[in-house]
Design a protein around this ligand. Sequence first.
Ligand code: NI
Length: 217
Amino acid sequence: MSPQLLEAVEALLAGAGPGGLLPIVQAGHPVLRRHAAPLGDLRVARRGGRRLIDELVEAMRVTMHAAPGVGLAAPQVGLPLALAVIEDPGAVDPEVARVRERPAVPFRVLAEPTYEPVGDDRVTFYEGCLSVSGWQAATPRWRTVRLRATDLAGGHVDEVLTGWPARIVQHETDHLHGRLYLDGAELRSLVSPQEAGRYAADLTPARAAAELGFAGD
Ligand code: NI
């Protein structure tokens, strides 16, 4: 990791808003299209008595909660670093939770994550992104993926995830490779902020597919 990037982390944290909130960059900012760098020296760098990375993770956590969102990748706060945080309370409605396979995901950090599909099942649901604020599109994703990452203690993560947790991991990991969900979305499914409520209560994108003219599952 370059000294400039370390300085950028320090400057970002020093300039955080009330409550430690970080500004979220929007599509069109080139940092969202870059490949993120490994954490390198950021794993051990300290400011005061604290690891800088712990401060950054905390700031990303509160920023994700405030947005609110279920994942936030470092490029979304302007840092081309291979780091993301995720946390999902899960679907409240049991039928939604069943159809979308959306259980609660406790807070966790993904450092230098990669994923690969397990099997060839793909599932399409509406998805959004804090860096494409207010818009949503139906996005096919692998139903099951194998996640490999490191944790902040340097340990290795290797696990298989299915359903919405797998979707979140794919979305956030893609951010670290310069990809936005729109790159793989059904563009005809795009719903603007003004129309955000139109299909929100639907269990699947089937009605949207019929009305907007795109291929559902
Ligand atoms: Ni996103």
